[in-house]
Design a binder for this molecule. Structure first.
Ligand code: FAD
Ligand code: NDP
Length: 427
């Protein structure tokens, strides 16, 4: 029993939605494309889940944030997929894949075969159990990866207004959820192992600005430690969090954001894996010529850095999805993916963008006291390799992106520091 398609996208997240739109723009026939997703809804903009979806007033709800509204493009509703003859196999997990036979076996027992497969399975949230802490299944412990998680987080938040939350992890999820919890009138304590928040990207000076800003909103920080266990009541609800430094924090709810693992397991032993992701070339093609991979699950060559990276960000998933479709449908006209890494976040009234790579020497500029506009440049081998800006205008963000893509030459770092944003806008 089974169906056969020319193109199958495995995974129904951000990359799948953007790839579907590109397939339709470039022209496919009804019945040629199938998307298989474990989630019960058609692709949506995952970033909304930690931002608009968590707002107490006028929150974002589907269908408003289906792809591809995040890139100001058409909103692809279930009707759109139907009208274009795209087969959506939803609420269906693929249990195994056989790249030699070009088949996928689903949880419903169906075998779906393909001529070309695009793997877009994204990633899963790391669980505390993987760090030796039990209690993730408690009714007031929340993770955030998909719509079901976000719906649950809203329910738990709403039943704890005026109460307290412990946020575990000082990365993207931790920072964005902490802000949303505050807006929902919940007292927040953030706990993470590093000396400052967003340690993988920010310098201590950048982190310090946001930490002070969060403190002004009432957030407490407990840094340099991790949780060791939960205290539960007789119903199994978490009532407190025990830390390695022996502190105990009482909690009405807990939000965990301690990183992700790409969903590669179906292909381990079948495709080459590098840096935790499916290794692909500049056409997003894996070690098997019929299988492509994009989004959080793919490790692809970043031309600008001269090395392969796996990026966990939405802009990369969107652009790689468009590129892979071009590479499949018009191979002769499509070169290698040439991507400038771009990360961003919006919390409270803050909004920042980062382009490039955060290696080398750092120059800070702007006003870190008022926080109106400030930023940083990363310089390696006399060239600009990374730029960060808080509170910029559209033109200013475009300027730092352009300067970074051009790897602007830096002869006098002190002068660049003095010019600050003016260095990028003059290029
Ligand atoms: P996903 O969008 O995760 O999609 C993967 C899909 O595959 C899911 O639908 C999943 O259910 C499905 N799947 C996996 N395995 C199987 C299987 N075996 N069978 C069937 N289906 C399967 N990035 C930014 O740059 N800016 C942001 O502000 C931002 N905010 C974020 C907020 C949240 C809450 C989260 C979780 C992520 C955020 N990101 C953000 C990261 C961004 O959303 C991801 O990089 C992006 O979604 C990756 O797209 P993807 O298609 O690779 O994976
Ligand atoms: P991150 O990798 O951003 O951050 C994880 C954080 O948890 C780090 O501070 C990490 O510290 C810390 N940590 C790791 N282990 C423990 C532990 N045992 N106890 C306490 N803290 C721990 O992952 P997130 O979970 O925040 O985000 C998940 C994904 O969602 C990422 O792919 C991210 O890109 C994406 N996302 C992106 C957003 C955006 O771009 N604006 C917004 C929301 C999500 P250490 O570094 O020491 O390991």
């Amino acid at each position: 029993m089974g169906r056969a398609f020319v193109y199958v996208i495995l995974g129904g997240g951000v990359a799948a939605g953007y790839a579907a739109l590109e397939f339709v723009k470039r022209g496919i026939s009804p019945g040629e494309l199938c998307i298989i997703s474990e989630e019960p809804v058609v692709p949506y903009e995952r970033p909304a889940l930690s931002k608009g979806f968590l707002l107490p007033e006028d929150p974002a709800r589907l269908p408003s944030f289906h792809t591809c509204v995040g890139a100001n493009q058409e909103r692809l509703t279930p009707k759109w997929y139907k009208e274009h003859g795209i087969e959506m196999v939803l609420s269906t997990r693929v249990k195994s894949a056989d790249v030699r036979r070009k088949t996928l076996l689903t949880s419903t027992g169906e075998t779906i075969s393909y001529r070309i497969l695009i793997v877009a399975t994204g990633a899963r949230a790391l669980r505390l159990e993987e760090f030796g802490v039990n209690g993730s299944d408690a009714p007031n412990v929340c993770y955030l990866r998909n719509l079901a998680d976000a719906t649950r987080l809203v329910e738990v938040m709403q039943s704890n207004t005026g109460g307290s939350a412990v946020v575990i992890g000082g990365g993207y999820i931790g920072m964005e959820c902490a802000a949303s919890l505050v807006i929902n009138k919940i007292n927040v304590t953030m706990v993470f192992p590093e000396a400052h928040c967003m340690a993988r990207l920010f310098t201590p000076q950048i982190s310090n600005y946001y930490e002070e800003f969060y403190k002004s909103k009432g957030v407490n920080f407990v840094k340099g430690t991790v949780l060791t266990s939960f205290e539960m009541d007789s119903t199994g609800k978490v009532v407190a969090v025990r830390l390695k430094d022996e502190n105990v924090l009482s909690a009405d709810m807990v939000v965990v954001g301690i990183g992700i693992r790409p969903n590669t397991s179906l292909f381990e032993g079948q495709l080459t894996i590098e840096k935790g992701g499916i290794k692909v070339n500049g056409r997003m093609q894996s070690s098997n010529s019929s299988v492509y991979a994009v989004g959080d699950v793919a490790t692809f060559p970043v031309k600008l850095f001269g090395e392969s990276r796996r990026l966990e960000h939405v802009d990369s998933a969107r652009k790689a999805a468009r590129h892979v479709v071009a590479a499949i449908l018009e191979p002769d006209k499509t070169g290698d993916f040439d991507y400038l890494p771009f990360f961003y976040s919006r919390v409270f009234s803050c909004s920042w963008q980062f382009y490039g790579d955060n290696v080398g020497e750092v120059l800070h500029f702007g006003d870190y006291t008022s926080g109106n506009t400030f930023g940083a440049y990363w310089i390696s081998k006399g060239r600009l390799v990374g730029s960060f800006l808080e509170g910029g205008t559209k033109e200013e963000y475009e300027a730092i992106a352009r300067a970074t893509r051009l790897k602007a030459k830096i002869e006098d770092p002190a002068e660049v520091e003095r010019l600050g944003l003016g260095f990028a806008t003059a290029i």
